[in-house]
Design a protein. Structure first.
Length: 374
């Protein structure tokens, strides 16, 4: 996976930019100069959304009504043109996803650009809500399982409609038989989501200890625990699971009607990080959280490569604020040793002095000021 070039029009503070890249790319600039915007645009090409803002309107440079991000990528020796147009129409923000000049659905666009990103906000993942952690790991799976986005999106609709039936049942405006169809859909699609999450967490756990030890130069046991809604003792058998789940829905029916919400399913899963059997969300130091997230990112890269046969693009944003001198030293030693594991590396910094000089000699350096790059 290699991003040859990137063109931006009215994206954030970048009015018009076209850049050509190499294997290692360093983007230098003062705070608020726009260096993170370049990484955000690459992330945007992968996920069709921003890692900074929930509102797509914020991506369009004021006072314009339109922006576009275009990337020319090499994927398994094949050239691919990817474009996202964002425009205002009757006060509504609309998106167009284009691959090789043909309009595509978001589900067809997702994951064409394989990205692993280390962002300042990622440090909060360990301590974040279950919903945020579900979103994080689902985004990872979107890149490696083509149908997973549609599965998650459909299950969200199933739960929404099932909850509407529960609400009508509470109001005595529906029959209990109306739940049967949505129960069946919940069981089928919920099982598939569970399976994909379980497989991903199992793979990541095989790698985390080795990578974490290289980053902090200590032997420690790091693991992610997948706290599924399903009891662990029969998670391998779909029929046993669905039978148990159906009985559980029957037992909880009155509670669900009273609360008008679905109480059992993958929409209530959680993930916990443990270091030497201690929960990092309550006992982890800031340094341990940084190293945990970095180890997770590198493990994600190996997962993406194993499943897709493509080496992902690695985005490292604002290493100055989140990594101290010792952590930066370990990071660059790791990157130099394992740089062949990545299709490309993009890194932002406020000062070149904070980057390992041997690493810097291999890089193409961009300087950005007020949205302009040289």
């Amino acid at each position: 996976m290699y991003l040859d070039s990137l063109s931006l029009i009215n994206f954030r503070n970048c009015e018009k930019i076209k850049l050509n890249f190499t294997k290692i790319n360093v983007i230098m600039g003062a705070n608020r100069a726009g260096k993170t915007n370049l990484l955000e645009s690459i992330y945007f090409l992968s996920f069709g959304s921003s890692f900074k803002s929930r509102s797509p309107q914020n991506l369009i440079k004021i006072p314009h009504q339109f922006c576009s991000v275009v990337g020319l990528a090499t994927i398994n020796e094949r050239k691919l043109s990817l474009k996202i147009n964002l425009y205002k129409e009757d006060s509504i923000i609309k998106k167009q996803f284009i691959i090789n000049r043909k309009l595509r659905k978001l589900s067809e666009f997702l994951g064409k650009v394989k990205v692993v990103s280390f962002l300042p906000t990622d440090i909060n993942l360990v301590e974040s809500s279950p919903a945020e952690k579900r979103k994080y790991f689902d985004n990872l799976i979107f890149q490696i399982v083509p149908y997973y986005y549609s599965t998650v999106t459909y299950l969200e609709k199933v739960i929404l409609r099932r909850n509407k039936v529960l609400e009508r049942l509470k109001q005595k405006r529906a029959q209990e038989e109306e739940l049967l169809f949505w129960n069946k859909e919940l069981l089928n699609y919920g099982w598939e989501i569970f399976l994909q999450r379980k497989r991903v967490i199992n793979f990541l756990n095989h790698l985390l200890n080795k990578i974490f030890s290289q980053l902090n130069q200590n032997q420690s046991h790091l693991t992610i625990k997948y706290l599924s809604f399903l009891p662990s003792y029969f998670q391998k058998d779909k029929k046993i699971v669905t039978d148990w789940w159906q009985k559980k829905l029957t037992q909880l029916k009155n509670q669900e009607i009273e609360k008008t919400c679905t109480l059992v399913g993958p929409h209530r899963d959680d993930f916990r990080f443990f270091l030497n059997n201690q929960d990092l969300s309550t006992l982890g130091s800031r340094s341990e959280l940084r190293q945990t997230i970095l180890a997770l990112k590198f493990a994600e890269g190996k997962l993406i490569e194993k499943v897709t046969q493509e080496k992902p693009i690695f985005l490292l944003d604002d290493i100055d604020s989140e990594l101290d001198k010792q952590n930066r030293k370990c990071l660059f030693e790791f990157l130099e040793k394992h740089q062949d594991d990545f299709g490309q590396i993009f890194l932002t910094t406020t000062s070149l002095e904070k980057i390992n000089q041997d690493f810097l000699k291999q890089a193409k350096i961009f300087k950005i000021e007020k949205g302009y790059v040289c």
